[in-house]
Design a protein around this ligand. Structure first.
Ligand code: BDP
Length: 594
């Protein structure tokens, strides 16, 4: 699942952004052989969600199957190489055909779908690419789905959203990240896992495990600094054994100085280089010691946001100008971190974070799991998702923490505490730790699940999402802070672990003002955020605060939401509200305020 690159051994083909598009609510397309092409006058841009692009075709709230088709010319000189098509993501599942033949399926959204198409394409000719994408979810999918029938059966009538969703963000459908066609050599580097360690005062250790389809192959690794000077190199090694390199006088990666080295790996077959892969790496180490979160042995306090991939028209579609703008705004508020709530973000965003020195909590989309509907299939899907997410994102120095879910048992089911919740999370946490023991792991808890939530037992950091002053104790900042601090005290004395407040905030309608504490005004949002930050930063065992949310975002329809969730400190168009200025001022004052 390596990010496609071009070099002497690999090539990338640009794909024009407009695709022919048709919805298939009856799911009859395959029976009617749409994989061999279909008739439609509608076009859609890729990447991009269909919802807002095609609102005028009735797709704003569409949940179901849709088809994409396009003829793509594959150059003559691709012959003799392995050829791949890669969708950065297609939400939430997809199937790909080339010239009428199935070449692969994507069981998940938010992660790449990679299909080898070597045997199915004609080089030097046009080839028909057809992709079907569905944004439907079910009990066993990650994220878990919900239906109107569930709401009715559980007598949760006023909770139902349209479209029905277990989560508070729009289930945007479509090919939301870039489609890339690329080549690799016949034998190629398939996977690379880089783990770094810091030995103070100044030695960096880099462990590189690479994988190729070849059972017997040689591999070499070389690390260069920014000026191209080789700082560490291995000789030719067997691919089966991980390579350990040492960088003396190492420049460690941190949020203040995001220094990146370049790692170049070569694969050899019969003594000749047959493939090469290079990527930027940062040498850094994240640990939890007692009540502190450490980056390279130094205490770090997270000040940042929960975000969403969400913007007008594009929906969840990757939109590079938005990445530039969002990072500029995050830096403007003096924040140092964000959580990829509630799913892994695009690879391009993580690489950008590596370069800008933003600390990232990367999250799996196991949001609001309702274990009353859990099956073995759900657990298997959850673990497979985490495996793919870790494989994709583990080499990003910016990713410092894995979040393997969000707010389980938001429905407050008693059965969750009778073993089912514990068994489930025990398995998920130990599986993730087995994949990557180098990062802390957590799951944000909601107040409904409370302090006995089994996620706390397994989390390295206790993450809590709290809405006192909003959903509970509405309009009352004083009570909110009393409840927040007493609950943190209870949690800390029970688990003896550091606390990260992963969500807190209030809706505000930009332009709405009041001289008194009035919910939905900019003043109330700002005052609540200010009070939370003062409280959190005054407590010794806290390791960070993340405001919910960075920007207003679209949600499924519900009477609680006026089109958008308005908890952004920026509007959906990225204009600052009063609270953005408040954060800039508070976070501009250096480290955690005692
Ligand atoms: C939390 C969820 C988040 C919601 C937020 C809210 O984690 O997805 O958007 O509440 O209600 O429970 O604004």
């Amino acid at each position: 699942m390596l990010y496609p690159i071009s070099n002497t051994f690999r090539e990338i083909l640009n794909v024009d952004p407009f695709w022919k598009f048709a919805i298939d609510p009856e799911k009859s397309g395959e029976g009617q052989l749409w994989q061999n092409d279909f008739e439609s006058g509608i076009e859609i841009a890729v990447p991009g969600s269909w919802n807002e692009q095609l609102e005028e075709s009735g797709l704003l709230h569409y949940v179901g199957l849709a088809w994409y088709s396009k003829k793509i010319f594959i150059p003559e000189h691709f012959a003799g190489k392995r050829i791949w098509v890669r969708l950065g993501s297609a939400d939430f599942s997809s199937k790909v055909w080339v010239n009428g033949a199935v070449v692969g399926e994507g069981p998940f959204g938010f992660l790449p779908v990679e299909c080898e198409i070597t045997e199915f394409v004609r080089c030097g000719a046009d080839n028909l690419f057809v992709i079907s994408v569905s944004n439907e979810l079910n009990d066993a999918s990650i994220p878990q789905g919900i239906t109107s029938e569930h709401y009715t059966a559980e007598n949760r009538l006023r909770e139902e959203t349209n479209p029905p969703a277990r989560f508070d963000f729009s289930p945007f459908g479509g090919i939301n990240r870039p489609v890339v066609i690329y080549t690799t050599p016949l034998n190629f580097i398939e996977k690379v896992a880089v783990t770094t360690r810091v030995e103070l005062p100044g030695t960096g250790r880099v462990r590189i495990a690479a994988h190729s389809g070849l059972r017997k192959a040689g591999i070499s690794a070389e690390i260069t600094d920014k000026s191209g000077i080789v700082v560490a190199a291995s000789g030719l090694k067997d691919i089966g054994t991980p390579t350990e390199l040492e960088i003396v006088n190492c420049r460690f990666w941190s949020n203040n100085l995001p220094y990146l080295y370049n790692l170049r790996i070569r694969l050899y077959e019969n003594g000749k280089t047959c493939d090469e892969y290079s990527m930027d790496i940062g040498v850094r180490e994240v640990t939890v010691e007692g009540d502190r979160l450490l980056l390279n042995g130094e205490e770090i306090f997270l000040r940042g946001f929960g975000k969403h991939e969400d913007f007008p028209v594009a929906g969840r579609g990757f939109f590079p100008p938005l990445t530039v703008k969002d990072f500029a705004l995050m830096q403007w508020t003096n924040s140092n971190s964000f959580r990829t709530s509630h799913y892994p973000y695009s690879e391009e965003v993580l690489s950008y974070a590596d370069r800008k020195g933003m600390l990232v909590i990367s999250e799996a989309p196991a949001v609001s799991l309702d274990l009353r509907h859990a099956t073995q299939q759900l657990l298997d899907n959850h673990k497979l998702f985490i495996e793919k997410m870790v494989e994709r994102d583990r080499n990003h120095p910016s990713v410092i923490i894995w979040s393997v879910g969000n707010e389980p048992n938001i429905v407050g089911d008693e059965g969750y505490y009778n073993g089912s919740g514990r068994n489930y999370w025990k398995d998920v946490f130990s599986f993730t730790r087995g994949l990557d023991p180098s990062r802390p792991i957590t799951v944000p808890n909601c107040s409904r699940a409370g302090v006995d939530d089994p996620v706390f037992e397994f989390s390295d950091i206790l993450s809590i999402n709290r809405y006192y002053g909003w959903y509970e104790y509405p309009g009352n900042v004083r009570l909110a802070i009393e409840k927040l601090s007493s609950e943190m005290e209870e949690l800390h004395s029970k688990y003896q672990k550091p606390i990260l407040v992963t969500e807190f905030g209030a809706d505000s309608l930009a332009g709405s003002h009041s001289t008194s504490m009035q919910m939905f005004t900019e003043e109330y949002q700002s005052a609540l955020i200010e009070a939370y930050i003062k409280c959190i930063e005054s407590i010794p065992y806290t390791v960070g605060e993340m405001v919910w949310n960075f920007a207003d975002f679209r949600t499924p329809q519900h009477f609680r939401r006026v089109v958008l969730n308005l908890k952004g400190v920026f509007t959906r168009n990225r204009e600052p509200k009063l609270s953005a200025y408040k954060l800039k001022e508070m976070w501009g004052k250096g480290r955690k305020q005692p």
